[in-house]
Design a protein around this ligand. Structure first.
Ligand code: TMP
Length: 384
């Protein structure tokens, strides 16, 4: 393993505090690269029970996510010729925001699997059968094989990648398809998304690393598409091995080779851009503050926690963070202890740092009356 970036001792990104005096736990955060399989990972494995048994993230808060789910479900029903007999499983099914669309389209046989009790309960209450467990090879005996297995933005969260992928191999019918979406390491690098690096995210994938991962576990990437979600992701169609790699897959793999994504230098260059971004953003915010301007942030996302902690800016610079998630309102961002308030308390600040930059359009549209300026932090600070 080769070191890419060390972010020091950092609190857990979603461990919001109930009071500003509460002491948060900190864990080392180091990004490393494996020259054998091209995978980028963090070195510290915080217990999945600690990270995921209760989850603050409700996918339904975001219209972008709801539209994304609806669009994918429509494509799958048509493309895979699904009917009322089909069986669909979602891994990391959250509050059921995606499986609901299958049910509404007359495909009742759906199963969600999610380890977070609070979100699983919401899903069950809305009629989505949900197993509240961590998915892996060990769980597969309890599960009927599926025509479609979906795992959106889940693979990167899984410490035992091999067990997870072998589990998919076991629950996928011979002609079934697994739809896997992961944030794309190339977009993280291009857009300088330093704030997507945190303890929940174990792995950062290039297509090269994914092709290796699935091949080594008897599956095959059959199709691939770049999509915008979560700051730039890959959507993969994975199945039991049958044919050669598709043209788009080969094209992206070739491009990755040209970029040197299978070499440490690619990621070291990213690390130096991360540093530059940190300096310039901090300089900008401190400058406005020195002029007596009021600055707040929007989006108590995990990304927000990471960005504010990386910059080392707290309430001396940012008065509060706005977020629509009911379970976050009234809490404090770990590490920097900035309070979280609801969108109706947005007030009239001079600047809003868009920490949830992945939802910029949706958020900016929600606040047409805001008279100040939005600051979008990445890939380099700019006004929205
Ligand atoms: P994420 O980047 O991890 O998906 O988190 C986005 C955060 O932004 C999440 O805490 C919800 C919040 N949010 C709002 O407060 N208002 C919005 O309109 C949207 C889209 C997100």
């Amino acid at each position: 393993m080769q070191l890419v970036l060390s972010l020091g001792m950092v609190p857990l990104a979603n461990a919001f505090l109930s009071s500003p005096d509460e002491l948060e736990e900190r864990f080392p955060l180091e990004l490393v690269f494996c020259p054998e399989c091209s995978l980028v990972q963090i070195t510290e494995t915080v217990s999945p029970g600690v990270l995921f048994s209760q989850y603050n993230y409700f996918s339904s808060v975001s219209k972008t996510m709801l539209a994304h789910a609806q669009d994918l479900v429509g494509k799958l029903i048509e493309g895979q010729h699904l009917n009322k007999e089909s069986h669909v499983i979602e891994l990391g099914s959250n509050d059921g925001y995606l499986l609901r669309h299958f049910q509404q389209a007359g495909i009742p046989n759906v199963l969600g699997i999610d380890p977070a009790q609070n979100v699983a309960e919401v899903a069950r209450a809305s009629g989505i059968p949900t197993l509240c467990e961590f998915f892996g090879e060990a769980l597969t005996e309890k599960i009927e094989p599926a025509d479609v297995v979906i795992a959106l933005n889940v693979l990167g969260h899984v410490p035992d990648l091999t067990g997870f992928v072998r589990g998919i191999c076991k629950i996928l019918k011979p002609d079934g398809v697994a739809i896997i979406e992961v944030p794309y390491a190339r977009d993280m690098v291009d857009l300088c998304e330093l704030d997507t690096i945190y303890h929940e995210h174990h792995s950062y994938f290039s297509l090269t690393s994914l092709v290796n991962l699935f091949r080594w576990n008897k599956l095959q990437v059959q199709r691939v598409e770049r999509i915008d979600i979560h700051g730039g992701s890959l959507r993969l169609w994975v199945g039991h091995p049958r044919e050669n790699y598709s043209r788009p897959t080969l094209k992206i793999l070739k491009r990755e080779m040209v970029l040197g994504i299978d070499r440490i230098e690619y990621y070291r260059h990213f690390a130096s851009r991360v540093q530059e971004l940190g300096y310039s953003l901090k300089h900008l915010l401190r400058g406005f503050k020195a002029q007596g301007k009021q600055i707040i942030a929007y989006g108590a996302a995990a990304k927000g926690t990471m960005l504010l902690n990386y910059l080392g800016v707290g309430t001396e610079t940012i008065d509060y963070v706005v977020d629509a998630t009911p379970s976050k309102i009234g809490k404090y961002v770990p590490g920097v202890r900035v309070p979280i308030v609801s969108p109706d308390q947005i007030g009239n600040p001079d600047f809003i740092l868009l920490t949830a930059w992945n939802f910029s359009d949706e958020i900016i549209q929600k606040h047409p009356g805001f008279k100040g300026r939005w600051i979008i932090p990445i890939p380099r600070p700019r006004f929205g």
